[in-house]
Design a protein around this ligand. Structure first.
Ligand SMILES: CC(C)(COP(=O)(O)OP(=O)(O)OC[C@H]1O[C@@H](n2cnc3c(N)ncnc32)[C@H](O)[C@@H]1OP(=O)(O)O)[C@@H](O)C(=O)NCCC(=O)NCCS
Length: 186
């Protein structure tokens, strides 16, 4: 079997239509053992999605395979903690202080057909290096239940479980996780 050809690059706004489809495929593929039908549909409408601010900031990356975007993930120096553009209540464009606060890891989605090939790990390495270059010493994130095992493998420790309470009354557990950035002595 030949090794598939995967190229990583910063996302552009032109990627957004493909990214929207990637989010749906990823959540439907990985979430079916965790979410009931109501949680699946509601979370896709009200929670998961693309944060275009990250693309404008140059802190969102995609993996391209045969011309298609098949994985994405990013980090941020802004205070927004989770969610796509539609989650207005969670948005906060103010900057975090790299000396005192962790950078945020945001919106990792891998297409199920390309799972367990190291793409999530590869995207995370890009994010960790860029956050370190920006002066941050720690990372934090709010993970899905299905993502927590992946992040634990990358060195995160589990914090408290919060709940995203969506406008239609559906509730989605999200897990706070933290990690020192390699090479900063944090
Ligand atoms: C979480 C996610 C991004 C991981 O992507 P991935 O490219 O498959 O992950 P990698 O191949 O880099 O995995 C790195 C390691 O994490 C662990 N891991 C990843 N997915 C795992 C799973 N489903 N079960 C157990 N361990 C897993 C493994 O130790 C793996 O190494 P290995 O394959 O050599 O054993 C992907 O499953 C996904 O898109 N999930 C749906 C969306 C989501 O929940 N995103 C995270 C929340 S922001």
């Amino acid at each position: 079997m030949t090794t598939p050809d995967y190229a990583t690059r910063p996302a552009t706004q032109n990627d957004v239509p493909q990214l929207i489809e990637l989010v749906k495929s990823s959540i439907r593929g990985f979430g079916s053992n965790f979410y009931d039908d109501a949680q699946m549909e509601s979370s896709l409408e009200h929670l998961y999605g693309i944060d275009r601010q990250l693309i404008d900031d140059g802190t969102y990356y995609v993996v391209v395979h045969e011309g298609s975007v098949i994985a994405a993930g990013g980090w941020s120096f802004r205070r927004t903690r989770y969610g796509g553009d539609q989650v207005e209540a969670a948005r906060d464009a103010n900057h975090r202080d790299p000396r005192l606060e962790p950078a945020a890891i945001r919106a990792f989605y891998v297409h199920p057909e390309h799972k367990r090939r190291g793409l999530g790990r590869r995207l995370h390495s890009c994010c960790e290096a860029a956050a370190r270059d920006a002066g941050f010493r720690k990372l934090e994130l709010l993970s899905t239940e299905m993502g927590a095992v992946f992040y634990r493998e990358l060195g995160y420790t589990l914090g408290e479980t919060e709940h995203a309470d969506l406008p239609d009354g559906v509730s989605i557990p999200i897990i706070h996780m933290v990690k020192p950035i390699e090479g900063t002595g944090a």
